[in-house]
Design a binder for this molecule. Structure first.
Ligand code: SF4
Ligand code: SF4
Length: 382
């Protein structure tokens, strides 16, 4: 479906994967590649395209990521310390954004973490030493065990972050969540491509912007975005086109002013992320004939100063089916964590000591994290 023929889905029934049906309304910017059986659903196909792209070398880059790491003083990339335990609760989402690196959508009903895997995550969290649990998806709230998992993490004294697409908070079933989050001091990290309607609706689907503002007002009413450190509201932006994220600090100031002045809406901080050249964003680049151009931008902007702060050095990522990865990007490319003694390591295999010694797996998509000021789930690195 092209952007010109986007349609607004007023009401949709989704299965949670446990058989329960839920009502979700939301926009569609495309359909999932999985639904279309697109060749790019294969990670091998994505690597073929990325590795075939010709890019020039530059003052700090050869165009080969591992070679650049080594030349920057990092012959192997290893963890620093485990701060963040990130769980991808599933690929089910009420939206189908054009840039989604997870290839999420309403059709991804079978890929939802089950209770047994959630219990295994909790056991791993107990021995991980991580201070933060980062919940992502899909729309993580659509997992039927979401509230149970949040409560268990809060009871363990963990800082919980929910990566929220905002529109889900305007649906009947989930509109209680802003207040529910506030009662548990959950940090809400919300994606909003732009503070203007056009850019947001182009990337995420018609109607997204208005619903996102409604959700932000609900969060503000629950005490979020008012400077209260126990109720932090973070927005995440990524470029709508094929360019790098702008300066995070100046964007934050611009966004705060625009949203306050135009909509009386408030938030605490803005994270500016680069789009990763993979999955649906890679598909869009291919359609536009811009794969080489975008990769060249990332490669030429390689910044060795970002390496120490890469999120794969302080975070691990668990997939909906319980496998361990160095990050959510590697997870979507099926690059399982290279843990000594476990060929396909699962969360049940987690040991902090072994994790600390393992070597992080990198490929060409990693230039998305090292370009410019750097990029990751925590925003700019430098
Ligand atoms: S980018 Fe986020 S909101 Fe959009 S389809 Fe992907 S998971 Fe859903
Ligand atoms: S994609 Fe980014 S976070 Fe993941 S392994 Fe590569 S550099 Fe690290």
């Amino acid at each position: 479906m092209s952007l010109d023929t986007q349609e607004f889905i007023a009401l949709e029934l989704l299965s949670t994967g446990d058989g329960a049906l839920i009502e979700v309304e939301g926009p569609r910017a495309t359909t999932s590649m999985h639904h279309r059986r697109a060749p790019l659903t294969s990670p091998d196909e994505q690597f073929l395209i990325l590795n075939a792209a010709t890019v020039r070398s530059g003052p700090t880059t050869s165009g080969i990521f591992d070679r650049d790491l080594e030349a920057s003083g990092w012959p192997v990339l290893q963890p620093a310390g485990l701060d963040i335990f990130q769980i991808n609760l599933g690929k089910l989402c009420n939206m189908t954004c054009r840039h989604c690196h997870v290839d999420s959508g309403p059709d991804r009903i079978d890929e939802n973490m089950d209770l047994g895997t959630i219990e295994a995550c909790l056991r791993a969290i107990d021995v991980s030493g991580a201070h933060t649990v980062d919940l992502t998806g899909g729309a993580p709230e659509l997992n039927p065990h979401f509230e149970y998992l949040v409560d268990e993490c809060v009871q363990r004294g963990k800082h919980v972050m929910d990566r929220c697409n905002l529109t889900i908070l305007t649906t009947r079933r989930y509109q209680h969540l802003p207040q529910w989050f506030a009662e548990r001091n959950v940090e809400v990290i919300c994606s909003l491509p732009h503070y203007r309607k056009l850019g947001t609706d182009a990337q995420r689907g018609k109607g997204t912007y208005d619903k996102s503002l409604r959700a932000l007002r609900l969060l503000n009413e629950a005490g979020y975005g008012q400077g209260d450190p126990t109720r932090p509201l973070t927005l995440v932006t990524n470029p709508v086109g094929a360019y790098l994220a702008g300066n995070q600090a100046s964007l934050e100031a611009e966004w705060k002013e625009a949203l306050a002045k135009n909509h009386d809406v408030y938030f605490d901080r803005l994270l500016a992320l680069n789009n990763m050249p993979m999955s649906r964003y890679l598909e869009w680049l291919m359609e536009k004939g811009m794969v080489e151009e975008y990769l060249e931008k990332l490669v030429q902007a390689f910044n060795p100063g970002t390496i120490a702060g890469l999120m794969c050095r302080n975070t691990l990522s668990v997939s909906w089916d319980g496998y361990l990865y160095d990050c959510d990007f590697n997870q979507q490319l099926d690059m399982k964590m290279d843990l000594p003694g476990a060929a396909r390591p699962r969360v049940q295999d987690f040991s902090l000591g072994i994790w600390q010694q393992h070597v992080i797996r990198t490929e060409r998509h990693c230039y998305g994290c090292t370009a410019g000021a750097g990029s990751g789930c925590g925003g700019a690195i430098t």
